[in-house]
Design a protein around this ligand. Structure first.
Ligand code: ADP
Length: 622
């Protein structure tokens, strides 16, 4: 008896210690932890009852009622522990389904029912020469239920046999191997009182097997992550506002230079104006490159797929390349295979960006000879693999430099190309974009003779034009454009005067640039300096055929202005976003906001021309 008391008291001491240690540390608010707390408390109570029963059994004749209460309490403990441990087994085996809650509730109801049944069942006592212990229906029922629950654990283990290696199952293994033996022994020899010690040991083990990461460390990590995210956001905001700030003066420089270049000015001045435009374009490319790479690094670039006409993209690239080539004496050859399906589905803006980067490099790094641009295709079911190659007869790339080619800020062979402007970002961006589109890029180069870049990109094939429009509606919210274009048609047909264009921008210089660039068109240009002025103008009944709206204006942004304008169901004028907020993805955002189109500042003459023709002039001619 004395050794029993000693052992149980020591166990109580350790369990209380464990409880204190456990509560002293912050832990995860997990279901496993909650059950563990209940099991620990149940265990401590069980150990107390054990100690009590050692006394009461020996003085049974004197205090029979107390003895029977203590024995029943012991059975209450046994039932509670084993039910709670069953819930724990279900908890550690749960997958991402909702059945755990149902199972846990069922076991709790079972526990209450079993406690009730066990309490009302009779309990008898057996006396041996040196020991008195309880037996009878109440005890048998408790062991029977325990046996059934253990059976459910075995079923659970079989169902999750793949996870059994995990340490969280260790207490269960210990219980099943040693615990069941102890239970059988105790059933035949209740005087052993080993069950509680066994369960205490299992509970103790659980302290080490329940996943309890260092919460302090997690807090610190979360804080660090939050700070990093904030810093990243600040960087993005900074870049976006810098882009805006740099673009606004650039808009004036490029805009006025473009306008000047078309004027009748002395040849020397014309050359200088061209140099200004070229230098501004390089500066713009640098700003764009830095913005793109930082967006890519922040995983903020999304691939936006939509239906497109392949020929349109190809033709655009030819126009842009020719413009970039200027008067460089290069033989520009281009060709695409007739086998390429006319309608494809993919991110045509990015496809264009990738090819344009390669073509621009080919022009930049080739003094004389040719630039050859080819697109062929391999069709597999509804997928068209575009094989795009850009070859030049330029300076070529040294073998040892090929590997560094796609690293950001890597400018190679500087002694040869020191005079060529560049940031070393173009190919890094190109490669990332190709990878984002699940494509491939390879380089072959013969130093001193030329290079060939080949890109393979899978694009889905679309059957016809109808699909193209539908896909635009789904992915870019273009639906309104189609309707608005029709409306514009009707409106313009009824107009006999010049088409009326309204430009809204808070920056007077920007207004001046736009007005200057629009001078050559047969269009009546009006300008206003705020969103509110624009709303007042439209509400007063003034009608325009097209509106260019800046976004970042004080008091009311362009997006807010458009929202208010659209509240009037009569308002059908197409609205174009004309903004210096030109970081990647902005076009898609503004189209989603309800704008019909988008022009970035500095205004590109070709883009402006397209918009004016699309929304004003072509409609008028019809
Ligand atoms: P950038 O052209 O702005 O310097 P890129 O990332 O586009 O940056 O190119 C990185 C480097 O790779 C260039 O500086 C150049 O040395 C080399 N390079 C790229 N394209 C070609 C090419 N077609 N011919 C020769 N060298 C090239």
């Amino acid at each position: 008896m004395s050794s029993g008391i000693f052992f149980q008291t020591i166990s109580i001491f350790y369990m209380v210690l464990l409880l204190i240690v456990y509560f002293a540390k912050r832990r995860l608010d997990s279901i496993e932890n909650k059950i563990f707390i209940v099991l620990m408390i149940t265990n401590i109570l069980g150990l107390f009852i054990d100690v009590l029963s050692i006394f009461t059994i020996f003085h049974m004749d004197k205090i029979p009622i107390i003895n029977s209460i203590v024995t029943k309490l012991y059975l209450v403990y046994l039932l509670t522990w084993i039910h709670m441990f069953t819930i724990y087994i279900f908890a550690i085996s749960r997958k991402n389904d909702n059945s755990f809650n149902k199972k846990a509730k069922f076991i709790l109801i079972m526990l209450i029912t079993n406690l009730f049944i066990m309490t009302v069942l009779p309990l008898g006592y057996k006396k041996t020469n040196d020991f008195v212990y309880s037996y009878g229906l109440s005890a048998t029922y408790t062991y029977l239920i325990s046996g059934l629950l253990i059976l459910s654990w075995v079923v659970c283990m079989i169902a999750n046999y793949k996870d059994l290696k995990h340490k969280k199952y260790l207490p269960l293994f210990i219980f099943i191997t040693i615990g069941v033996l102890v239970m059988v022994l105790q059933y035949y020899n209740p005087g052993l009182l080993m069950m509680t010690s066994m369960e205490t040991f299992v509970t103790f083990l659980m302290y080490f097997t329940i996943e309890n990461p260092d919460m302090k460390l997690i807090d610190e990590l979360n804080l660090a992550k939050e700070q990093a995210e904030k810093a990243n956001e600040a960087k993005s905001d900074f870049l976006s506002s810098m882009s805006h700030e740099i673009r606004t003066p650039l808009n004036a420089i490029v805009g006025f230079s473009q306008a000047l270049a078309e004027e009748d000015i002395p040849n020397e001045a014309k050359e200088e104006v061209k140099d200004i435009i070229m230098a501004s374009n390089v500066l713009l490319e640098i700003v764009n490159g830095i913005l793109d790479i930082s967006k890519i690094e922040a995983n903020k670039i999304e691939i936006v797929n939509s239906g497109y006409r392949f020929k349109e993209v190809f033709d655009d690239l030819i126009v842009l390349t020719k413009a970039r080539m200027g008067e460089k004496p290069l033989d520009f050859r281009f060709k695409y295979d007739d086998s390429i399906p006319p309608y494809l589905y993919g991110d045509h803006m990015r496809v264009k960006q990738v090819i344009l980067n390669l073509l621009t490099n080919a022009i930049k790094y080739t003094k004389e000879g040719f630039v050859d641009f080819r697109v062929s295709s391999v069709i597999d079911g509804d997928v068209c693999r575009l094989i795009i190659s850009v070859q030049d007869s330029g300076i070529g790339i040294k073998k040892e430099n090929i590997n560094k080619l796609f690293e950001k800020f890597s400018r190679l062979d500087l002694d040869k190309n020191i005079t060529i402007e560049g940031t070393g970002l173009g190919l890094a961006i190109t490669k990332k974009l190709v990878e984002l589109m699940n494509g491939n890029i390879v380089v072959q180069s013969d130093y001193g003779k030329g290079s060939k870049f080949t890109v393979a990109l899978d694009q889905k094939i679309m059957d016809n034009d109808v699909d193209l429009i539908e896909s635009k509606e789904i992915h870019n919210d273009f639906s309104e454009i189609e309707i608005l274009e029709d409306e514009t048609d009707v409106y313009n047909n009824s107009s006999i005067d010049l088409p009326r264009l309204l430009i809204v921008d808070d920056n007077k210089l920007n207004l001046k640039v736009a007005e200057r660039l629009l001078k050559g068109y047969n269009v009546e240009v009006h300008s206003l300096e705020s969103g509110q002025a624009c709303i007042d103008e439209i509400e007063s009944g003034k009608r325009y055929d097209l509106i260019f709206l800046d976004d970042m204006m004080p008091k009311m942004s362009g997006v807010e202005t458009l929202k208010i304008l659209k509240q009037n169901s009569e308002f059908k004028t197409p609205v174009i976003m004309l903004t210096a907020n030109a970081i990647t993805g902005m076009k898609e955002k503004y189209l989603k906001d309800g704008f019909n189109d988008y022009i970035a500042k500095p205004i590109d003459k070709i883009e402006l021309d397209k918009i004016i023709h699309k929304y004003l002039l072509d409609n008028n001619v019809n």
